[in-house]
Write a protein that binds this ligand. Structure first.
Ligand code: ARG
Length: 470
């Protein structure tokens, strides 16, 4: 403090909303380090909506005059316009979205603007803004999931009778309908959607009115604000309300599951379009070539979806770590919640949009899929079931069929290509009717129960899924 006079002067020059009790301004680096306006300005529309509701409540409760309310509303409308037009002057010195808007409001309407912050703190303000933002993001994401589900339904419907090898351990297991396989993803997405509906319930609760942490001494009416902003309920504890970010963590957790599902689908698309599988082709718009290997067509988009799952998982861990061991109530740590949350919302929205399109660009090589199912002894279980039906204990049937598979491998043919006498060497229970059992279509058709792969079941499932979507 060698020259306090000079510092006081520069503090005055760099005056912020809260700098009244400070002797010196923050350094440029600290200013940049603590400011959030570069990323939280995207909350501006929600900040304005909440300010409208807050001001209207203040006026209804007689805390500010109707004249002040009219001035505030006029100013907020003007600010909204400036932000839309891109003419609003965002200033790093004003730290965040709240102070930027408040300063401009005061410039526009004078003292009425300064009254808007009565009975409010940035702590309950930001908690409200994020909830409004997340609520609308969830609604958009649910719509995108629904579109994606429809694209799955369309492709599944076209492939009810397409036979493919079902895999376990990535080894050929049993033949299945490709439509049935796709409907597995429909189910995952259905759960994802329901998780978001549920998460929305905990997002849609109003923190405003909690002020800094303890509530306010003004006669506020939180019900009016909740109603105006379409919140279902009001946060019941002011300390919890300003510091709770569970809802954001929960949303990020829901998102990790969505991305996990999409990463699984991506992995499958990547395998299926490999020349080693040749099950599908993806439209060129989702692929790139190699700069050195002319024959390559790389499934870049599914690969990136698989890769981006990592950042979505990272965002969840970032928020959990941010909140771990935070004492009540608000701490500046919470400012770090926004970028991971925004990144999750943005990545998820883009991924879902792209994926809906990817599914429309999947071209199935029906013969390749069917041949893979036929060649992989995928009807061996049906063979064992056949022997069991004829009275052989299942464990013995399993052993008998394993021997038949070994014989077919030796002969380099499918089970159905062994002759009846060759098959009968393994068991006299085997009769001519075995050949209908050994076909992949027969195998699929026989799994005819709720949740099974029989085409008639898959068709029913798709129909009822469509009905429940509308
Ligand atoms: N920018 C802050 C955030 O994102 C707003 C709340 C600031 N509150 C405070 N007391 N400094 O969390």
């Amino acid at each position: 403090m060698k020259n306090p006079k000079k510092k006081t002067l520069s503090a005055k020059k760099n005056k912020t909303t809260w700098s009244g009790r400070f002797n010196e301004p923050v350094s440029k680096l600290v200013q940049r380090y603590t400011a959030s306006v570069e990323f939280d300005q995207r909350l501006a529309e929600y900040d304005i909506q909440a300010s409208f509701a807050h001001a209207q409540m203040l006026s209804a409760a007689g805390i500010i005059s109707t004249k002040d309310l009219a001035a505030i509303e006029k100013g907020l409308r003007q600010i909204r316009k400036e932000i839309h037009k891109g003419t609003f002057n965002w200033s790093l010195e004003l730290e965040d979205v709240h102070l930027n808007i408040e300063r401009r409001l005061t410039e526009l309407v004078g003292d009425a603007g300064k009254r808007l912050h009565t009975a409010r703190s940035r702590n309950d303000q930001i908690a409200t803004d994020i909830r409004l933002y997340l609520r609308s993001s969830i609604d958009e994401i649910i719509k995108l999931i629904i579109k994606f589900q429809f694209s799955i339904l369309d492709l599944a419907e076209k492939n009810i009778n397409t036979v493919m090898p079902g895999l376990t351990h990535l080894q050929i297991a049993q033949p299945i309908s490709f439509g049935h396989h796709l409907m597995a993803y429909f189910e995952m997405l259905k759960r994802d959607k329901h998780r978001l509906f549920d998460c929305r319930k905990r997002v849609n609760i109003l923190p405003l009115g909690s002020a800094a942490l303890a509530g306010t001494s003004y006669p506020i009416n939180r019900k009016i604000v909740a109603k105006k902003l379409d919140f279902d309920d009001i946060c019941m504890n002011s300390l919890d309300a300003v510091s709770d970010r569970d809802f954001a963590i929960e949303f990020c957790a829901c998102s990790t599951l969505i991305m996990t599902h999409l990463s699984r689908l991506s992995e499958e698309l990547i395998l299926w379009m490999s020349p080693l599988f040749r099950f599908i082709q993806l439209d060129d718009r989702f692929c790139t070539g190699s700069s050195i290997m002319p024959q390559k067509k790389n499934p870049d988009v599914p690969e990136l979806v698989r890769g981006k799952t990592g950042r979505i998982n990272g965002n969840l861990i970032a928020l959990l770590t941010l909140m771990k061991a935070q004492p009540l109530a608000y701490n500046k740590d919470n400012q770090e919640d926004k970028e991971p949350l925004f990144d999750t919302v943005d990545t998820l929205k883009e991924t879902l949009c792209i994926y809906t399109d990817i599914i429309k660009g999947v071209h199935v090589d029906i013969n390749s899929m069917r041949n893979a199912a036929i060649q992989g002894y995928s009807t061996a279980t049906d063979f064992a079931d056949y022997l069991t039906r004829k009275g052989m204990p299942f464990r013995d049937a399993h052993e008998t069929v394993a021997k038949a598979v070994r014989a077919a491998e030796k002969k380099e043919c499918d089970l159905s290509e062994l002759t009846l006498p060759e098959l009968q060497k393994f068991s006299q229970l085997i009769k001519k009717d075995i050949f209908s059992i050994l076909t992949v279509d027969g195998s699929i058709k026989s799994r005819n129960h709720i949740g099974g792969t029989a085409p008639s079941q898959v068709s029913k499932t798709i129909k009822s899924a469509r009905k429940n979507m509308s």
